[in-house]
Design a protein around this ligand. Structure first.
Ligand code: GLY
Length: 361
């Protein structure tokens, strides 16, 4: 069989996990890819918790389906990325323990878990006694736990490093510029203008995350998250609760995360730190002896209904608004772009996540 690849010039605007994953997959498929970014270290993805946790997060409907698609794509995505970047990633598939702290939370999480069963999701309920027997580090506050075995955990910082290395190895050009204007004629993008230059390409992918609003006129706004990096306990899984999530990585842990309506205020605050410390100690008291390595801030790209915004025209796609799940949704988002560029196939997610659902803005 003879397969002729039409090599396209692709311009990706934005270098968070969605932009870089899309750049990686398109470059791997043989296209000539450039990424324009104001600052490739600015993306929220660098400070993400990296939980692959749609069930612990209680996602439903098309968000659940999209998450499950992405979870299925994850092992191969990691495999390709490790091979091309030559970086060994931290990718754990040992599940996430969703802890519940009171009766009403218990009923909600249990109802969600039962609904997930019909989608083939594997989970186990641990009642109070069983929970303290199996998890001796836990405080007495959690009344039950739901172990979602199919959930995972990736080191997002390392993932971002690997994406940059892989892109470099695939000759993706990273251009530093701040894109301020999109010149369109109807359903086509003619060019994009930045402070330093004007860029033309066969195809454009806009992955501008929390900063999308001014360029794309879409209702995406930043939700600030502070997260702690600590060291000192060896944990074998993620402990997810409504007051904190404790996320072990290879040589450290992350404790997340605040959710603040504070615009792009990048300051770390004592209020944020104390709420994270208290939230973590309420779950694992022994963490009081952990060493604090740092406090970091990111801006989740939120939308009014917490679903992403996908849009496509003749020669462009918009993939933004990944809110709390950018790391989880990266492989499926890149795949949506790949299918569009390679096969002209418009994934059903373009209609499910269309900006039209949000009315005029
Ligand atoms: N996905 C967890 C968070 O955004 O805090």
């Amino acid at each position: 069989m003879c397969f002729i690849l039409r090599v396209m010039n692709i311009l990706i605007i934005g270098s968070g996990v969605i932009g870089l994953s899309t750049a990686f997959e398109l470059a791997l498929a043989g296209h000539r890819v450039r990424v324009v970014t104001r600052n490739y270290e600015e993306g929220t993805s660098w400070v993400a918790g990296g939980m692959l946790a749609p069930f612990s997060e209680g996602l439903k409907g098309s968000l659940l389906n999209f998450s499950m698609d992405s979870l299925r794509l994850y092992p191969d995505f990691i495999g390709r990325l490790e091979e091309v970047s030559r970086i060994k990633l931290f990718y754990s598939r040992s599940g996430i323990l969703r802890l519940v702290l009171n009766e009403s939370e218990y009923h909600e999480v249990k109802k969600n878990a039962e609904a997930y069963s019909s989608a083939g999701v594997n989970w186990e309920e641990l009642g109070g006694e069983e929970l303290s027997r199996r998890e001796p580090l836990l405080s007495s506050e959690p009344i039950a736990g739901f172990l979602f075995r199919d959930e995972g955990n990736v080191d997002a910082e390392k993932l971002m490093d690997a994406l940059l290395f892989a892109c470099e190895n695939l000759n993706v050009k990273i251009v530093i510029d701040d894109i301020t204007e999109i010149v369109r004629s109807g359903e086509r993008v003619e060019e994009v203008k930045g402070y330093r230059d004007t860029y033309r390409s066969d195809f454009y992918v806009f992955t501008t995350g929390a900063w999308s609003r001014s360029l794309l006129k879409v209702p995406v706004y930043p939700v600030k998250g502070q997260i702690l990096k600590v060291k000192g306990l060896e944990l074998d899984k993620v402990y997810y609760s409504s007051v904190s999530y404790i996320i072990p990585k290879e040589n450290h842990m992350l404790i997340g995360a605040t959710s603040e309506d504070a615009g792009f205020d990048s300051r770390t605050t004592l209020e944020g730190v104390s709420s994270l410390v208290n939230g973590a100690l309420r779950i694992i008291p022994e963490l009081s002896k952990a060493e604090l390595l740092g406090v970091r801030v990111g801006f989740r790209p939120a939308t009014p209904d917490e679903a992403p915004i996908f849009d496509a025209g003749e020669n462009f796609a918009v993939l933004t608004g990944h809110y709390r799940n950018g790391i989880l949704w990266a492989p499926a988002s890149a795949n949506v772009a790949l299918e569009l560029v390679e096969k002209g196939k418009r994934s059903e997610y373009f209609s499910l996540f269309s900006p039209n659902r949000l009315g005029t803005f």
